[in-house]
Design a protein around this ligand. Structure first.
Ligand SMILES: O=C(CO)COP(=O)(O)O
Length: 266
């Protein structure tokens, strides 16, 4: 078994901003420019920085990132499980790949809750992303009732199993997992570092069972849910937490920059 400390060092931290339903394309450009202006090469060497704007802002973000050779990555918040066809309102993996998206969220709790996405749909979306060489950020997490019942580990592991059906080991090596307890999203109710570590460690162990210990050690596992500059340091100090998936705090450039510099926060 690899030394956990060594293994963690080998995984580059990822700080991803999920903008949700915020920022038209003008606002998106302004925010990415502010981030690019404030962050330096040292930041980008230490941490991978990614933004996940709404679909309508992706083209503008692509043009800015490509034109100015910015080191900021970008991706989408959702992808259709379908390749093409009569699916009004859907966006395919091929379309996202054409826009240069490196990442796409799959199974965010807001999609599960408001769009009835179950594990089978999430699995199809994960595979649709991999089919286009886009890295899915697979979101998992329990609601408050499950947490109160102490079932958070079993619940998230079942979501992981469901989402990774027919995903190959070679694909799993590129996967990013995000543990986002639903009760901590947008509520200001952040999980304690120990809460985050408990589930992230269990997810990594399950990846080891489903694939191999090597793959489990390579996979980055993020925490998400009310991450702010004043709580990120404790969360990032955990052995199995490799980054953060950030909603509200990613909409303000100054705050997002502080998150990227999590090592400097108290
Ligand atoms: O859902 C989240 C990121 O995907 C978390 O959102 P908040 O950071 O606003 O709680």
């Amino acid at each position: 078994m690899a030394n956990p400390a060594t293994a963690k060092t080998a995984r580059k931290p990822l700080i991803a901003g999920n903008w949700k339903l915020h920022n038209n394309h003008f606002e998106a450009i302004a925010l990415v420019q502010k981030l690019a202006f404030a962050l330096n090469d040292g930041d980008f060497d230490a941490v991978e920085v990614v933004v996940l704007p709404p679909f309508t802002s992706l083209r503008s973000v692509q043009t800015l990132v490509d034109g100015d050779k910015l080191k900021i990555g970008y991706g989408a918040q959702d992808v259709s499980q379908h390749e093409k066809g009569a699916y009004t309102g859907e966006i395919s993996g091929a379309m996202l790949a054409k826009l240069g998206c490196s990442y796409v969220l799959a199974g965010h709790s807001e999609r599960r809750q408001y769009h009835n996405e179950d594990d089978a749909v999430v699995n199809a979306k994960v595979r649709a992303a991999f089919a286009r060489d886009i890295t899915p950020i697979l979101c998992l997490g329990e609601g408050l009732e499950v947490r109160k019942a102490g079932e958070q580990v079993a619940h998230t592991l079942a979501q992981l199993d469901g989402a990774l059906k027919d995903v190959t080991e070679e694909q799993a090596r590129r996967l990013v997992v995000a543990y986002e307890p639903v009760w901590a999203i947008g509520t200001g109710e952040v999980a304690t570092p120990a809460d985050a570590q408990e589930v992230c460690a269990a997810l990594r162990a399950r990846l080891g069972e489903l694939y191999s210990p090597e793959t489990a050690q390579e996979t980055r596992i993020l925490y998400g849910g009310s991450v702010k500059s004043d709580n990120i340091a404790g969360i990032m100090a955990q052995g199995d937490v490799d980054g953060a998936l950030v909603g509200g705090a990613s909409l303000k450039a100054e705050e997002f920059v502080k998150l990227v510099r999590f090592g400097e926060q108290a």
